[in-house]
Each structure stands twice: as C-alpha cells, then as structure tokens.
Design a protein around this ligand. Structure first.
Ligand code: SF4
Length: 511
C-alpha cells in the first residue's frame, strides 16, 4: 500500500505516500494544502495522505505512535478509574505524540499533525494482518481518540464534528415534550435536577444498533428502532462512527496487503512494528540513571540490590548464578548488561563475576575466557561498542530460551506451574490464592507479560493496583527502569526517615 515512487501505485483505498531516501519536505515548509489538510486537531483519518516522506520518517513516526498505543493498552489492562487512565495517557501523549489545538502558540501544529497522521497510516499497514492485531489496534486507537476528543478545545471540537456531517436526526421540541417521561427515565440524575437536566438537554435519534454501549447501560430510550441519545453522551456516537470506519478500513487494507510485499524495504519495518505490538512493548529505550548521580553499585552491593530491587527476570538469573556458579552465554549477556545499566563499573563487574564462579573455575580460565567477554560488554574489547542493557521487548522476543536455558522473561518463558513456584519462593508478599496472584496469572494468560511484571512491582512495593512504576501508572518496559524506580522509592523513604529523625515535623510516608 505504501509504495516507493519508483513503483506502481496501489489503489486509492490505502495511503498513497511516496517514500524517498532524500530529506522530506517538512510540514512547516510545505504548501498551503497542508493547513487545509489538517484544519482540526482531531482526525478520523478518512483520507489517505498524499505526501512525500522518508523511510526514516516512515519508521520513526510509526514507533512514536506505537509507544503511545502500547502504553494505552497496558493501562487499559490495569482497570484504572477513567480520570486516572485519562491523565496517564495525557501525560504520556505530551512526551511522545503531542497534538496541539489551533490556538496553541510556539508550536509547529502542522508538523505535529503530519506526524500523527503518518504514524496512524503506517500502523494500519502493520496491524491489519490478523483479526487479533486489528482488534487490539482498534481498541487502542479508540482510547487515544477518546482522550483527545475529551481534552479538545470546545469550539474546535464542535467545528470538527460539523465537518463530519453526521446524519444524526435532531429531536425537535414537539417530540421532546411528547416523550418527556421516557427521556427523563434515561437521564442519570434525580430530584429537581432531573427536570433541569431535561430542559437543558437536547437529543439525537440514531439507529439503536449503532450505540450498543449506551443500550447496554440503559442510557437511551429506544422507539421504532431508533435510540434517543442525549447530546451529553455524544462521545458514544462519535466513537462508534470512528470505530466502525476504522474497522472497515483495516479489513480493506488487509485484502490489499499482499501487493505491498513487492517492496522489500517496508516489509521488515512493518514486521518489527507488529512484533513490538504483540509483545506489548513500544521499543522502549533505556536511559541509564546511574551516570553521575551517585548510584554506583559495587560487587559487594549486588546481593542486597538484587534482593530488594531486581525485576523477576534478573532475580531468576542472579539466584541461579548464586546456586550453580554458572550461567550460559545469553543469560550472562542479559544479566551482565543489566548490571552495567544499574551502575556496576567494569572493575567491579570483574570482581563480581569472578566471585560468583568461585571454585568452579580456575583464575587462568576466568582470565582467558570470561574476562574478555565482560570487558567486551563494557566496550573495552572487539568493536568497542557501548552495548545497551536489554529491554523487555528484546528479552521477550529475541534469542528464545531452550529448555536448558535460564535467560528470558519468567512470565513468558516459564510454564504456569514453574512461574507460580518461582513467584512464591521469590516474593513473600505473594500468596498462591491471593487476588494479586490471580491478576498476575490472568495477565500472563492474555500475553500481557509486562502488565504481570508491573503488578509484581506494585505488590512488592506496597503500591495499589494501577499505580505502576510512576506517577502516571507507567508500565514496566525495561528491567533497568524497574530497578531504578525501586531504588528511587527506597531513597525517598530513607530521606523521609532522616528528615523525621532530624526533628523535622513532616510526616514519614511509608509506601
Ligand atoms: S517484563 Fe521485563 S522486567 Fe519484567 S520480568 Fe519480563 S523481561 Fe524482566
């Protein structure tokens, strides 16, 4: 569907985007047709974009949107109250996919909208391939649209809705008066406020099957096959329209997808995007917090840090290393880079690994075979690359462990029985029949491994369900983020205790 300009084009039902290797024309300098293309912040993505983009933009814009969608999906599996969910999504959007209204100042509104639109269309290509991917994409896009709709400038939103020209029938004053009793029954207010709400409200008539959520909640009056929807519930109508159009478009795109396979440049990008979404992770990058802020870890400290702060995957590796005095190659790599990420310097890493191998290995063998690999991981040998600690996505999807291996993610790679045994023996806070354990196993069953891991974080740090790693209910996407956040919480606790002991009158807040 997206075709390079050197090849024949695809049907108009899909995006007609030319992909060039040269720098694309940015929205800021593009023609005035750009501003007429995006007159509103909200977008139903009805018209495929006819734009020049680079291969880099094709991928980068899609990854930005993918991060947002995977974050939304993870949050939605954690049963947060809507205000908390919406605020968490809003904060994340500001960072990764901001979309400003027309009145925003000092913002390149057109560039934001261009990025938003291209990201959406690329992900359509990646996620139209199976019913499961389509359904998950649709759910996340709906939640994203809803968040933006509800936070949009009121005048701009009204203008956007007008532009869609929905054929909703407005209920006139005569009909409203005639159906007063029935319509009032469906208003969720009581007493005198119900009369006021009735007077202030206006209603639309739509076929009842287009608003199944409102019918299910008994929030609409149904007569003659039509549902009477109060204007205050307009969001349901809009979401239904957005969802059904996107659903149809995804099916149509899937039918035409084989023609895209002729372009060997795009297939791998789309495969990677789909794999990232399936593993529930949007290519999260880890920025080490151990540089320069006094969080260096020594070989002597590792045991204490592991007990208190390691995520399940690393705790499993560390415990096995302690028990067997040995780890296979991929397990050493996973743990070694993780330890580098938490602030274990090279010389301390050599001490740590030598100690862990103990008497099972001679100094000579260690120096010849293992020390080189440790130095290599720190960029001191070979190509001198600065290897990054592995993200959850990499651990979940690359170098799948065999039965004799210990690397990987316990939530994905352990059998259900082994996972329960591991969790019970590692985390005393968990009980076999507790609701928390049920939450964790339910998330594993639906392949939301990072959600299961986040629940473990919450339980082991005295947090409520939905609080996640950060103030916005952040989900675990990287083992090093898990450990950073855990250590940060411990530091905050210690500082509060110190302040209390120092005679301060602030309350000590224990998590
Ligand atoms: S979800 Fe990530 S951090 Fe948690 S155990 Fe799996 S790989 Fe490790």
């Amino acid at each position: 569907m997206f075709k390079p300009s050197t090849r024949h084009n695809l049907p108009a039902l899909t995006a007609d985007v030319k992909i060039n290797k040269r720098q694309s024309t940015s929205a800021s300098s593009s023609s005035s047709s750009s501003s007429s293309r995006w007159p509103y912040r909200l977008n139903f993505y009805d018209q495929p974009p006819v734009l020049d983009i680079t291969l880099e933009e094709f991928e980068v814009f899609a990854i930005a949107r993918l991060r947002v969608l995977t974050h939304i999906e993870a949050l939605s599996h954690r049963s947060l109250p809507f205000p908390q969910f919406s605020s968490a999504v809003g904060t994340y959007l500001k960072q990764h996919l901001p979309l400003s209204s027309n009145t925003a100042r000092n913002v390149n509104v057109l560039e934001e909208r261009r990025k938003d639109e291209i990201g959406h269309w690329v992900l359509r290509l990646a996620f139209c391939r199976s019913p499961d991917l389509r359904a998950r994409f649709l759910r996340s896009e709906l939640a994203l649209f809803r968040q933006r709709f509800e936070t949009d400038d009121a005048a701009e939103r009204a203008a956007f809705l007008k532009s869609l020209q929905f054929d909703w029938q407005l209920v006139d004053a005569g009909e409203k008066a005639r159906l007063e009793t029935e319509l009032k029954t469906c208003l969720w207010t009581s007493g005198t406020s119900k009369d006021e709400a009735f007077r202030a409200e206006s209603w639309f008539k739509v076929p009842w099957h287009t608003v199944p959520d409102l019918v299910g909640q008994r929030r609409v009056y149904i007569n003659g096959g039509m549902a009477y929807v109060p204007q205050s519930l307009q969001i349901s109508l809009v979401l239904q329209a957005f969802g059904s159009r996107l659903e149809r478009a995804l099916e149509l795109t899937a039918k035409n997808l084989p023609r895209l396979d002729e372009d060997e440049r795009l297939g791998p990008v789309l495969d990677h995007l789909a794999t990232s979404f399936l593993s529930g992770l949007g290519a999260a990058e880890y920025q080490s917090e151990s540089d320069g802020n006094g969080t260096t870890v020594t070989a002597d400290m590792v045991d204490d840090v592991a007990r208190k702060h390691f995520p399940p995957c690393m705790r499993n590796l560390y415990d096995r290393l302690k028990r067997d005095h040995h780890l296979k190659h991929f397990a050493r790599l996973q743990l070694g880079l993780f330890l580098k990420g938490i602030g274990l310097p090279l010389d301390e890493a050599v001490v740590f690994w030598r100690r862990m191998y103990g008497a099972t290995m001679s100094d000579d063998k260690f120096n010849k075979e293992y020390k080189y690999n440790i130095r290599h991981g720190y960029g001191q040998e070979g190509k001198r690359m600065n290897y990054a600690p592995k993200s959850c996505q990499a651990i979940l999807t690359i170098n799948q462990p065999g039965t004799q291996d210990s690397h990987g993610c316990p939530f994905r790679h352990f059998s259900p029985d082994n996972l329960v045994i591991f969790l019970l023996s590692t985390y005393p806070q968990l009980d076999r029949s507790s609701p928390e354990m049920r939450d964790i196993l339910d998330s594993v069953k639906t392949s939301h491994y990072h959600v299961a891991c986040t629940r473990v974080f919450e339980v082991t740090h005295g947090l409520k369900k939905g609080q996640g790693l950060g103030p916005d209910g952040e989900t675990v996407t990287h083992p090093n983020k898990f450990v950073d956040r855990s250590r940060e919480m411990e530091r905050d606790r210690m500082e509060a205790i110190k302040a209390k002991e120092g005679g301060g009158d602030e309350d000590v807040k224990m998590d």
